[in-house]
Design a protein around this ligand. Sequence first.
Ligand SMILES: [Zn+2]
Length: 180
Amino acid sequence: MNTINDLPEAGVTAGAETATELALPESFWDRVEVGPGCWNWTGALSGGDLKYGYFTIWNDGRPKTWRAHRLMWTAANGPIPEGLCILHRCNNPRCVNPDHLYLGDHKDNARDRKEAGHERPQHGGLNFAAKVTEGQVLEIRRLSGEGMSGVALARRFEISRANVSLIVNGLAWRHLPLAG
Ligand SMILES: [Zn+2]
């Protein structure tokens, strides 16, 4: 989980990320304040009004700088399709909680900004969370506890290894009990 040596082309290049499997390094998690609601980024901020977190990953000696929430979404869900953006259900740009992030287009983005300040549904039913049911989350944790590998679990449940890792470590689906 902590190695970044096997990252395939992780990063922001010409608008499209190509990472398919992404392990977030410990130094990333050190900058995340995992809360019951939003997970606030405590590291460096960027953007015109310094509202988004950013994080640099080194791969084969080359730095790639990501917006922190886009990196988290990619780790949880896979590459961001070209032309789409990652939006915050919680209207908190510093938040990197995968359950609060969703894929949208630029129209959604504009609408989101307009609605900023209004309460939006936060329960992670879309994107990441919708890929597995609560029953499957418990099953994944049980099988992992019995020693099934992340690769095998990812294949069986047709989700990414990063998703398996988030589920098994309790970083996603936090309201469900952990195995063993
Ligand atoms: Zn949030």
